[in-house]
Design a protein around this ligand. Structure first.
Ligand SMILES: NC(=O)c1ccc[n+]([C@@H]2O[C@H](COP(=O)([O-])OP(=O)(O)OC[C@H]3O[C@@H](n4cnc5c(N)ncnc54)[C@H](OP(=O)(O)O)[C@@H]3O)[C@@H](O)[C@H]2O)c1
Length: 340
């Protein structure tokens, strides 16, 4: 016997990947429902070799469904998340709405799988921000060995992190530059994204950081260890899929770069590609469609005590969103619901 699974936001970037990954990983599904807004009622989406027709979330009855993977943004989740949870369906949510609620577990299965049991507080589990998810997969095994004091991270985040409208904006602006009869004004992003980089993701906070930067700080503390200090600069780049991060880590104890490389090679969810030669590292175009978080450029930072630098790349629609949500669903099945 398998699960009755709902995917909400099935027409979006993350929802489509959720359906792909549930099929790829042969999640034990007895029945699956694809939901979106009334706008896309009847739209067909793929689930393995099957085609599903999307239903309107507003009229959907969650009673009797085991779990619902949500990727519909915070506003819509505010309406439909509690409705699903109250009907007894466990919500695994990709928006930021519930991530900072102390009663709701925020889970990256490679880092804090034990938090799964807190799902019962509200029948809701939160999935982290894409840039946090890939970074903590690398930080956790290093932290377990040498205790991290401080992390300085700069991100290079792809446009798919801003949904399908973000991808369309990069595509349309790029075409318009070669065909100047059309003018594509920035809508989704604050400035032109084609052939440019933008040091703003999400809104500004009072202290001058952006909300995306704040999310990396708060979520790393909640998932790995509240004592870790994080400072982030998040930048949008004209890449369709795949977030990259330059990460500088300061440890309490000395950690040799070779040992760090060995630890990461053994760590779950990580693939180390680190040859000190031309092209001996991973770039975002190579990680698209993959499950792993790729680590390259591991090297000592001798400008601080016990410092290390590394380069971290992952498919933001996968580890940063849909894959992590499916891994949480697998964990929930294995540890709690025990069907399938
Ligand atoms: N992209 C990433 O890398 C990433 C990473 C982590 C988390 N997330 C989060 O995942 C969520 C989805 O992101 P996305 O990139 O997939 O966005 P997207 O491509 O813009 O898709 C949005 C999805 O939400 C649905 N939706 C929007 N408003 C709705 C409403 N009122 N009722 C029901 N469905 C509604 C849309 O359905 P229609 O087609 O009917 O409009 C669509 O299926 C967001 O919360 C985002 O923050 C994204």
């Amino acid at each position: 016997m398998g699960y009755r699974v709902v995917v909400a936001g099935a027409t979006g970037n993350v929802g489509r990947e959720m359906l792909n990954i549930l099929a790829e990983r042969q999640f034990p599904v007895d029945e699956i429902a694809a939901l979106a807004s009334r706008r896309s009622l009847g739209t067909e989406v793929s689930f393995g070799d099957k085609t599903l027709t999307t239903q309107d979330i507003d009229t959907f009855d969650f009673t009797g469904w085991d779990m619902a993977l949500f990727a519909i943004g915070s506003d819509a989740t505010k309406t439909y998340g509690p409705k699903a949870a109250a009907a007894g369906c466990v919500v695994i949510d990709n928006s930021s709405l519930y991530r900072y609620d102390p009663e709701i577990p925020l889970i990256v299965p490679e880092c804090n799988p034990e938090a799964i049991h807190d799902y019962k507080n509200k029948n809701i589990i939160a999935n982290p921000n894409c840039s946090t998810a890939q970074m903590v997969v690398a930080l956790k095994p290093l932290h377990d060995r040498a205790k991290i004091k401080r992390v300085v991270v700069s991100t290079y985040q792809s446009v798919s992190g801003a949904g399908k409208d973000g991808m369309d904006e990069l595509w349309d602006q790029t075409k318009a530059i070669y065909n100047p009869t059309t003018d594509v004004e920035p809508k989704k992003f604050q400035k032109q994204i084609a052939f440019n980089v933008i040091p703003q993701i999400d809104v500004f906070m009072e202290d001058g950081s952006t909300k995306e930067e704040w999310k990396m700080v708060v979520e790393t503390k909640k998932i790995v260890d509240p004592s870790i200090k994080v400072t982030a600069t998040c930048v949008r780049v004209p890449v369709f899929v795949g977030h990259s991060e330059a990460v500088n880590i300061e440890f309490e104890e000395f950690l040799d770069e070779d040992e760090a490389r060995d630890i990461l090679r053994e760590a779950p969810g990580i693939m180390v590609i680190d040859k000190r030669e031309d092209g001996g590292y991973v770039s975002p175009i190579e990680c698209a469609g993959d499950f792993a978080t790729f680590i390259s450029r591991i090297r000592q930072d001798s400008t601080v005590e016990n410092g290390l630098n590394l380069w971290c790349v992952s498919d933001n629609l996968r580890k940063g969103a849909a894959l992590n949500a499916v891994q949480i669903a697998e964990l929930l099945g294995r540890e709690v619901l025990k069907k399938g």
